[in-house]
Design a protein around this ligand. Sequence first.
Ligand code: GDP
Ligand code: MG
Length: 162
Amino acid sequence: VQPVLAVIGRPNVGKSTLVNRIIGRREAVVEDVPGVTRDRIAYDALWNGKAFTVVDTGGWDPDARGLAERIAAQAQVAVQLADVVLFVVDATVGITDADEAVVKILRSAKKPVLLAANKVDDERTELEAASLWNLGLGEPYPVSAMHGRGSGDLLDAVLAAL
Ligand code: GDP
Ligand code: MG
């Protein structure tokens, strides 16, 4: 059985784009409209000779009442099935209430967590990524899931944690 990496975070932060980057294929559904990813979808991934399973999450209705609670509930399930959690935040938006709710769950779950600061498409945005230290989850890894910037360093860290 392969170790499982669960990718969690708010709708539209780029989880599915990052999953595609990790698996090196375009199988996870990326949408400009938040909340379209079906519940949880598992993909096989390989990095530096190590095989693991990546689980994409999503499927929340962004207009639903209590979005933060829904995200938190989904995160709870994903965290339970994961060996390592990859928590994705949109660095261009910064920390939201929903992000804070997820952090609470991650703290109590006691699973290894890596923090991806996504949409860091250029050097300028790295400054905004640094503000994610405030989540208290350790070092934010600045990445651009869209362009691939920083994804190698992130995957090296994922492998070390798996
Ligand atoms: P999810 O809801 O978290 O799975 O997010 P998606 O992967 O579906 O992406 C949501 C939107 O963000 C899409 O329009 C993506 O093209 C865009 N996006 C994802 N990653 C990046 C990135 O690194 N940089 C930029 N600029 N946009 C991104
Ligand atoms: Mg998605």
